[in-house]
Design a protein around this ligand. Structure first.
Ligand code: RUB
Length: 308
């Protein structure tokens, strides 16, 4: 939780792999590959929900397949990491430019959690001189809303701060909702910070457009094979401190930190390749992630073999 947000998580993992590739001592490409795979598994185990993490690790590790020369393999991994980092930053910028078209002066926007992709849309629109207000939620229990407040306040955008449960109360004042994504499934469902699906439900009821900002590497290839995106469940003491929880014996505290918003409640997903309806998620997986169906199968088999 030191690094938050699916894009930053992916970039941090890629930076770690690049640093490891630079320093790893190995006698041959096989040993190098083994050392890199150990690092990759460690990184993959840090957060289970953000699909950007396995997608980014996959892209960086791909050049190791069939590598026959040690220094060539090292260089290829470093170059793949550099490419990912540059394209990730470029994607967030491009999403901001595309998403800003959907914000008009005089509007009121609502955002939930702290998404650099969603904020990129909001900040780009503000940078274009559009005058609008933003409602930002608190985001229990992690308080990521405070990070969003910092960004909005620094940009001088008039901002309202509300508790998560006040979303429906204010929804009729909201013209558009912008959120980010940790994962987008092949059926267009979006996995994002817990509470996002309630925000989407309230937006749907009020006929308020609900827009997701997500780089193409947030789309989950393995969902094409029926694999579900794992929802991270964190310790209950983030919800209720242990001393207070001890006063309620027999009570179980649940702390899922992400939830799933069905495609039916999503109007648009803004990617760096353009804005799409959620029903086109499969196209993004096929065309822009560059994973062949054979690769899906291979990774699927490895993941299941590793689970025993
Ligand atoms: C962060 C979160 C963000 C998405 C998208 O959760 O749910 O909305 O990751 O963010 P956490 P971004 O704080 O638990 O990581 O657009 O920055 O990738």
């Amino acid at each position: 939780m030191e690094i938050r947000g699916a894009g930053r998580i992916a970039r941090a993992a890629v930076e770690a792999l690049r640093a490891h590739a630079r320093e790893l001592r190995a006698r041959d490409p096989g040993e190098f590959r083994k050392g890199m795979e150990e690092a990759a598994s460690l990184l993959l185990a840090t957060r289970p929900t953000a699909v950007s993490l396995p997608n980014a690790v996959h892209l960086v590790m791909k050049p190791l397949e069939g590598a026959t020369d040690l220094e060539e393999a090292r260089g290829a991994v470093i170059r793949a990491a550099d490419r990912f980092l540059a394209s990730s930053r470029g994607a967030v910028k491009r999403i901001g430019e595309i998403g800003a078209h959907h914000i008009a002066g005089g509007e009121t926007i609502l955002t939930h959690c702290n998404s650099e992709a969603a904020l990129s849309c909001i900040l780009t629109a503000a940078g274009q001189g559009k005058d609008f207000e933003v409602f930002a939620t608190e985001v229990r229990p992690g308080n990521q809303g405070l990070l969003t407040l910092r960004a909005l306040s620094d940009a001088g955008i008039p901002t309202h701060y509300i508790v998560d449960s006040a979303v429906r109360h204010f929804m009729n004042r909201i013209d558009r909702v912008f959120v980010g994504a940790d994962a987008v499934a092949v059926n267009g469902a979006v996995v994002n910070k817990i509470g996002t699906s309630q925000v989407a439900l309230a937006a749907h009821e009020a006929r308020t457009p609900f827009i997701v900002a997500a780089e193409t590497y947030k789309f989950a290839p393995r969902t094409t094979l029926g694999e579900l995106v794992e929802i991270e469940e964190r310790a209950g003491d983030e919800v209720l401190p242990p001393a207070r929880a001890a006063r309620f014996p027999g009570v179980t505290i649940h702390n899922p930190v992400f939830d799933v918003t069905p495609a039916a409640y999503i109007d648009l997903i803004v990617t760096e390749e353009g804005a799409i309806p959620p029903s086109l998620a499969y196209i993004i997986i096929r065309e822009f992630l560059g994973w062949s169906i054979e690769e899906f199968h291979k990774t699927f088999q490895i993941a299941h073999r590793d689970q025993g």
